[in-house]
Design a protein around this ligand. Sequence first.
Ligand SMILES: Nc1nc2c(ncn2[C@@H]2O[C@H](COP(=O)(O)OP(=O)(O)OP(=O)(O)O)[C@@H](O)[C@H]2O)c(=O)[nH]1
Ligand SMILES: [Mg+2]
Length: 223
Amino acid sequence: MNELTLIIPAKNEAESLPIVLDELKKYNYKINIILHITDLGTIQTIREYDVNIIYQENFGYGDALINGIKQCETKYFCIFNADGSFNPSEINQMLKTLQSKKLDFIFASRYGANSGSDDDTVLTLVGNYIFTYIGKIFFKLNITDILYTFVIGKTEQAKKLNLDQKDFSFCVELPIKAKKTKMQLGSINSYERKRIAGKKKVNAFKDGYLILKHMIKLFFTKL
Ligand SMILES: Nc1nc2c(ncn2[C@@H]2O[C@H](COP(=O)(O)OP(=O)(O)OP(=O)(O)O)[C@@H](O)[C@H]2O)c(=O)[nH]1
Ligand SMILES: [Mg+2]
């Protein structure tokens, strides 16, 4: 498959990322891994793999994704985690659905039929429900899992969005800006696996606050 690049943000993922890359080998996707040059542990573990390593100048999850999309040269990109929680066997169906339904972005969801999560906590479940609800009411977003951010999109459409959120508020910036600029969004079922090892980077309260603040800002911003 040479039309799709996986955009993998990574921070302190030395234990998980090599296992993720081993699992991805049989799919032959192009892979952009975006990390900070100070993350020597992770860099060391991926040296032997056929991947494009991009060093981000700033820090942050959103900053990594913005860099990864900017440097993506294929027609489609897929945001993919370095922790093993996304199942690569779901990518093909996501891409096919995006193409057959003529969507610009397709968002995987853990909360539909035949879907679920082994990695959700009560806090993330409730937080996600609230933010998804705000997305539906205030932005008419027809996606059911706004924070999951397992997404396939058309690269040229993403590049038009002027994405600039360097932290986890990127998760809401992408779908809201896409919706506001009248792009086509869709949803598809997914099953989230447990993170393989290492620590989660999201802080429910700090990042939840940043996400809410950014949603309010986007509500009052004309694009
Ligand atoms: N480059 C970069 N990557 C990051 C940063 N923060 C998180 N990531 C990566 O973004 C992905 C998602 O982060 P996670 O910590 O798994 O977030 P999460 O899925 O909400 O948390 P878990 O429930 O523990 O999986 C992982 O691949 C992280 O390594 C960052 O500041 N910079
Ligand atoms: Mg994760």
